[in-house]
Design a protein around this ligand. Structure first.
Ligand SMILES: O=P(O)(O)OC[C@H]1O[C@@H](O)[C@H](O)[C@@H](O)[C@@H]1O
Length: 382
């Protein structure tokens, strides 16, 4: 079968559109739901890639991920479609799938949640409008992402689970740690099935969003976050558009919490010999040791920003004999590796996660008026 090759799925399909009435959550809770079926809206017009970085809309053809996708699809018996729908019957099926595979409603703590299924590949994902937080991703019935048992689900704090979205500031700085994206209430603008059978939800925030911290940042922007399930795996992409008349800059990251059986028996591949900034040593710079292909063993606290990390990174969970793969866009040139390794850290569940976080952080992304930036990652599991 032809595995999807576009890293960022083409935004055409049928689905559930939830304009602000549905997403108009009070304190992050579901207030009302108005559901209609429509075509996925066109994205903002493409603008110049920011700061000379190339667009994150990458073609995954020819990468290991195509092999992952093919194997996954074969193993899981995904339909060998040629992507050429169009018949009336297929249209009806697609329309039905749009609602069958997507459920929108209150989740933990009554917070609004979009739950999506991709039955052909036996994957499920949950995304909350609070922080556009992907909290759960199940592949073949198993959790790939870690979720803290200490979450209160009360909207007061960012959700510690899955893929917190860090924007427009990664780490500490003038704004709250990791920026406002992970604590803002995002508006769902699309949730449904795309023409290629992928299942997607798209959420946005902008300078018009009613949020004090966004106002405090003071820049005119829109941010659109797309979460897509396809036979290839889970893809998330963040598009930021400067809608104002003056330039601004930002940093960003996908703060992946990968679930592992035991962090001390996990190895991270792709960081050997890379330059890094050590956040546990006031940002001191260094170069990671060569690991001879054995990977980085997470056997003590680590909080490093690798500068110029490769496009593909992986975590090997020896306990489960599982490989978690990340393919990141060139617009996210860096990657953080983090685990507090101890009860004194932020969460009692530290033994069961390792964070590998594609980031644009060592250098700020500069967006001139009218420009847009797109950062994306594709996660797979073997
Ligand atoms: O506790 P938070 O704000 O979610 O951050 C968790 C960690 O996130 C990582 O990305 C940072 O590198 C760490 O320094 C930080 O401790």
């Amino acid at each position: 079968m032809g595995a999807p090759t576009a890293f960022c799925a083409p935004p055409v399909g049928r689905g559930v559109s939830l304009r602000s009435t549905a997403a108009a959550a009070v304190g992050g809770r579901l207030a009302a739901a108005a559901v209609a079926t429509r075509r996925r809206p066109a994205p903002p017009p493409a603008a110049a890639a920011a700061g000379g970085r190339r667009s994150a809309r990458m073609d995954a053809a020819g990468t290991d991920f195509d092999d992952v996708a093919r194997r996954l699809a074969e193993e899981l018996g995904a339909p060998a479609g040629d992507g050429e729908g169009g018949a009336e019957g297929a249209d009806k099926a697609a329309a039905a799938a749009a609602t069958e595979n997507v459920t929108v409603g209150p989740g933990n703590g009554g917070l609004m949640r979009v739950a999506m299924k991709h039955p052909a590949s036996n994957q499920e994902v949950e995304v909350y409008t609070l922080g556009a937080a992907v909290t759960t991703w199940k592949a073949r019935g198993e959790d790939v992402l870690w979720c803290s048992k200490e979450n209160k689900w009360d909207g007061a704090k960012p959700i510690r689970a899955g893929i917190p979205l860090c924007f427009p500031q990664f780490g500490p700085g003038p704004l709250a740690q990791h920026g406002f994206a992970r604590i803002a209430n995002w508006e769902v603008v699309f949730a449904g099935t795309l023409d290629d059978g992928s299942v997607q939800t798209v959420m946005t925030i902008s300078s018009d969003t009613d949020n004090d911290v966004i106002r405090q940042w003071g820049h005119a922007f829109t941010a659109e976050y797309a979460v897509t399930l396809s036979p290839t795996g889970l893809e998330v992409s963040l598009r930021v558009v400067n809608t104002g008349t003056t330039a601004f800059d930002f940093t960003a990251a996908f703060h992946n919490y990968f679930a592992v059986t035991n962090v001390a028996e996990s190895r991270v591949f792709g960081v050997e010999s890379l330059p890094f900034q050590d956040r546990l040593a006031d940002g001191a710079t260094g170069t990671e040791a060569a690991d001879g292909g054995a990977g980085y063993l997470v056997d003590k606290a680590v909080d490093k920003l690798y500068v110029g990390a490769p496009e593909e990174l992986a975590v090997f969970d020896f306990g489960a004999l599982k490989v978690l793969k990340i393919k990141k866009s060139a617009s996210l040139p860096d990657a953080t590796l983090w685990n507090p390794f101890g009860e004194g850290g932020c969460d009692g569940g530290w033994k069961n996660f390792v964070c590998v976080e594609p980031a644009a952080a060592a250098d700020k992304v500069v967006l001139e008026a009218g420009e847009e930036w797109l950062g994306a990652q594709l996660l797979g599991v073997e």
